[in-house]
Design a protein around this ligand. Structure first.
Ligand code: 5GP
Ligand code: ZN
Length: 159
């Protein structure tokens, strides 16, 4: 466990989320176990209880899932702006691109690549990948996500 790299991590489970909560009350643990729990804390995605996309990721909110892996989920947008309109959502809660740091570069690349692959899987070789960052740019759900739009001609500049 101590040598596990982030890429090798499993998706969050009830178990590791439980360990995260018990970690805070673990002052009596020996140092090796404490380090192991810290490792789990680092790898367990942060979630926000009142975040719509965290609820979709956790299961209770219904969504049409077209793809998922241990880092992200792709769902159909509930209010599509093109014949194909997908949202690629990281499992880790991050409000927007503005909150991304250097450690998130691999995840950001993954979201873009998965967006391309799910567009391909839906039969598209032309598509637009969009990230709205901040309300002034049209962001309405404050959990980072990549829109993938396809199936109609697109204009530039976007509105
Ligand atoms: P934003 O405006 O933040 O860039 O994009 C948020 C997107 O989430 C919008 O396109 C909106 O239609 C979509 N959306 C909002 N609520 C839901 C929902 O409950 N389920 C799904 N699948 N999409 C949603
Ligand atoms: Zn969230």
């Amino acid at each position: 466990m101590l040598d596990q790299k982030p890429e090798a991590c499993q998706p969050p489970t009830a178990n590791n989320l439980f360990l995260v909560t018990t970690h805070k009350a673990s002052e009596n643990l020996n140092s090796e176990l404490r380090l192991e729990l810290q490792t789990l804390c680092y790898h367990a995605p942060m979630t926000e209880t009142d975040c719509l996309f965290c609820k979709i990721l956790a299961g209770p909110a219904a969504a049409d899932v077209v793809y998922q892996d241990n880092r992200c989920v792709a769902v159909r947008d509930i209010n599509p702006q093109a014949p194909t309109h997908l949202l690629v959502i990281p499992r880790e809660h991050m409000e927007s691109l503005d909150d991304a740091s250097q450690k998130d570069e691999s995840l950001l690349g993954h979201l873009l690549r998965i967006g391309a692959r799910v567009a391909n899987l839906q039969g598209h070789d032309s598509y637009r990948s969009v990230i709205n960052s901040g309300s002034g740019a049209g962001q309405s759900v404050f959990h980072l996500h990549v829109h993938v739009l396809a199936g109609r001609s697109m204009t530039w500049p976007p509105g």
